[in-house]
Design a protein around this ligand. Structure first.
Ligand SMILES: [Zn+2]
Length: 270
């Protein structure tokens, strides 16, 4: 599933091909993805010039003077820049033709992705109550410490709550908690200010590193061929149950927490 680093990598990959371009035609091969595609996409977008491509949580916002198209990649979605004469395949659901002669193509075998519309001057309901971006200055150890006072939820679930901070998915929260030496089951409200300062730094470091490597699944935006990423070989705990800890040699464990697999080192994480 695309996590924040993959979405940010996608943004950086497609933005130079979109910004300043006019959408000349929108081709929808089906009326809905996860949700119905709003009529504004086909009716209002053609003729508009793209002014920016932003990311909020795992949404990509393609901005124009009249509003923003909101893409979500869901479980298996991808956006690529292709020549306009590239024949569509089975799971290619949406094309935006651009005045550059290229097109933006959305492919999604499982169709959990979405394409929505946010009129200019409004904030879509899905974006309205989200916590800060983990790579922004609003996300810090002090912010986490204040937000966690009185919380008895395990710190892993606290960090994955989109009202607290957006986009720190299962892989990255596991790696950040390991790097900060914090046990995933510990009560969020019992973690000290000093340890939260370390945790915030590790969340940022791990996400930024993953972005430089193109996320856990590197995508090639200009061709249909993906290449494997390198980040998976560099994970310390995620997906490593039964293997020795790279720091202390203790066997990495896995448990279910909030119905998600949770990997940790019982010695390094307290
Ligand atoms: Zn260890």
């Amino acid at each position: 599933m695309p996590e924040l680093p993959e979405v940010e990598t996608t943004r950086r990959g497609i933005a130079p091909h979109l910004i300043g371009r006019r959408v000349s035609e929108v081709r929808l091969r089906r009326p809905n993805l996860r949700w119905p595609i709003p009529t504004e996409i086909a009716q209002l977008l053609p003729g508009e010039r793209i002014t920016a491509v932003q990311r909020r949580a795992k949404y990509l916002l393609v901005e124009t003077a009249i509003g923003s198209a909101m893409w979500h990649l869901g479980m298996s979605g991808s956006l690529r820049i292709l020549p306009q004469d590239t024949p569509p395949r089975l799971h290619d659901h949406v094309d935006w033709l651009l005045d550059s002669g290229q097109m933006l193509r959305f492919t999604d075998p499982r169709r959990f992705g979405s394409l929505l519309w946010q009129p200019v001057g409004t904030i879509h309901g899905l974006l309205a109550k989200l916590g800060p971006e983990p790579l922004s200055d609003d996300f810090s150890g002090d912010y986490l410490w204040h937000a966690s006072r009185g919380r008895t939820a395990p710190i892993k679930q606290f960090l994955m709550d989109q009202h607290i901070v957006v986009g720190v998915g299962n892989i990255y929260v596991a790696e950040a908690l390991f790097a900060a030496g914090i046990h995933p089951e510990r009560d969020a409200g019992s973690v000290s200010r000093v340890r939260y300062a370390r945790l915030a730094i590790e969340v940022k470091r791990i996400l930024e590193y993953a972005i430089t490597r193109g996320g856990t699944t590197l995508r090639d935006f200009l061709s249909a061929d993906g290449e494997p990423g390198y980040f998976e070989q560099e994970l310390f705990v995620y997906g490593r149950a039964g293997e020795p800890c790279k720091v202390c040699g203790t066997t990495i464990r896995v448990m279910q927490l909030g119905q998600r697999s949770t990997f940790y080192c019982p010695k390094c994480q307290r």
